[in-house]
Design a protein around this ligand. Structure first.
Ligand SMILES: NC(=O)c1ccc[n+]([C@@H]2O[C@H](COP(=O)([O-])OP(=O)(O)OC[C@H]3O[C@@H](n4cnc5c(N)ncnc54)[C@H](O)[C@@H]3O)[C@@H](O)[C@H]2O)c1
Length: 409
């Protein structure tokens, strides 16, 4: 019996009312009976609950981590030893082991795949086409994975339908914004034990994640500047009360930079050369290439750990730069990931989309599909129910009014 991880699973489950309600139905209907589901997700307690509810729905589940630093070993052990889940993850694995684990879950020749970032699906289309023979379809969790899937669809090589879970309203409106907002601060504070109030903070990217991070950094008293490449998002940041600047200008005066763009080299080595001595850099975007850590590793004249999750680099101009968790997702590598209630909604979307895919894959083209509105709607209704909040509804005459074009003055 693995106690620590089991307690984390129980705590998560207690705070996931939407997933719990779905799992009650799954237990009686068994929508995944006879299906193998291979998943690559951040292996921590909330993901554990998703694995368990799919299993309760009849699936044979295999789980690998989608990031070398985001696994919680106590949860891995509880899932494996207490619940018989086939799980392959360990915090701090190297790249070879990371791909070995992805290969292992693909060896199961899954019927459904649930991916976060697109590595699993990419492998099914390149070096592991042998493992794709049974695949009916799958789900992708995050913005970066969707970008990759759309590129595959454009090149005409996508072999099976994939659901764009990220673009479900009940996912990105809350997960990317409030989830990343809160958990990025949690990861930053845990890694550094530094104050945010009064600090000059640059947030790169004003998409859903960037908006959440900027909002929470400001809430803690940070003075926030946003960098963007999209003029509309930049205007939105201005209207929300932030300064907008280019990275190479903003970084000169910054204490902290957080990237959340899904783009590589957003903080380049040249940017670091003009940064303040002692700046702290971290990333909340999916991959560890938003901060040019590989360039930093090549060009810095000295590096060393200054805290367990912070590496300091000395540049050839004499200044130092501190990078949290090697530029990997700070909220997962140094924090506990999104709050439980957020992942309750994101994973409810995952579970219902997987069920829809299991039932309707034959009618779906091999491309990226939007989540049916009925799934968003049902997750929102269950969430409101769990909060004991009630909605108004339109009267008949209001429906007539909405459908008429003549009434009014
Ligand atoms: N940390 C987490 O837990 C978590 C959660 C959800 C998504 N993500 C990841 O975070 C990243 C962003 O996701 P999102 O949903 O906010 O995406 P988004 O598309 O809503 O926003 C990204 C923004 O970055 C801007 N951008 C792109 N290149 C830039 C550059 N060079 N400089 C400044 N801005 C730039 C874009 O114009 C866009 O506004 C993705 O990699 C996504 O997979 C992480």
């Amino acid at each position: 019996m693995s106690t620590e991880g089991q307690l984390k699973l129980e705590w998560a489950r207690e705070h996931m009312p939407v997933c719990n309600l779905i799992s009650e139905r799954f237990r009686s209907e068994k929508p995944f009976k006879g299906l193998r589901i291979s998943m690559a997700l951040h292996v921590e307690a909330k993901t554990g609950i998703l694995a368990l509810i799919l299993k309760e729905g009849g699936a044979d589940v295999s789980l690998a981590s989608c990031n070398p630093l985001s696994s919680d070993d106590s949860v891995v052990s509880a899932l494996r030893n207490n619940h018989g889940i086939d799980v392959h993850a360990k915090k701090g694995i190297d790249e070879d082991t990371y791909y070995k684990y992805l290969n292992t879950v693909l060896d199961r020749k899954p019927h459904l795949v649930i991916d976060d970032g697109g590595d699993l699906v990419k492998m099914l289309h390149t070096n592991r086409t042998d493992a794709s023979v049974n695949v009916l379809g799958g789900n992708e969790e995050t913005t970066t994975g969707i970008v990759r899937l759309r590129a595959m669809e454009k090149d005409g090589i996508l072999k099976f339908p994939m659901f764009d879970v990220n673009d479900a309203m009940m996912k990105h409106l809350f997960d990317n914004r409030y989830g990343t907002g809160q958990s990025t601060l949690d990861g930053f504070m845990h890694a550094t034990n530094l104050l945010i109030a009064g600090k000059k903070i640059v947030v790169a990217g004003y998409g859903y994640c960037g908006r959440g991070i900027a909002m929470r950094m400001r809430g803690m008293g940070g003075i926030v500047t946003v960098t963007e490449i999209d003029p509309v998002k930049a205007v939105e940041a201005v209207m929300d009360g932030y300064t907008v600047a280019r990275m190479n200008d903003a970084i000169r005066d910054a204490d902290i930079v957080v990237t959340a763009t899904g783009m590589k080299d957003v903080v380049s080595y040249d940017d670091m050369l003009v940064a303040r001595n002692g700046i702290v850099l971290c990333n909340s975007g999916h991959f560890n290439n938003e901060i040019s850590v590989s360039e930093l590793n090549k060009r810095a004249i000295w590096k060393g750990e200054v805290r367990s999750e912070v590496r300091r680099y000395k540049l050839d101009n004499g200044n130092t730069v501190n990078v949290i968790s090697d530029g990997r997702l700070v909220n997962l590598a140094s924090g506990q990931g999104h709050p439980v209630e957020i992942m309750d909604m994101s994973f409810a979307i995952q579970a219902l989309s997987a069920e829809y895919m299991a039932k309707h894959h034959a009618e779906m083209q091999p491309r990226v599909h939007q989540i049916p509105a009925v799934i968003d709607d049902s997750v929102a209704r269950i969430k409101l129910e769990s909060l004991k909040l009630k909605l108004d509804s339109l009267s008949e005459s209001q429906v007539d009014y909405m459908n008429s074009w003549g009434e009014g003055t």
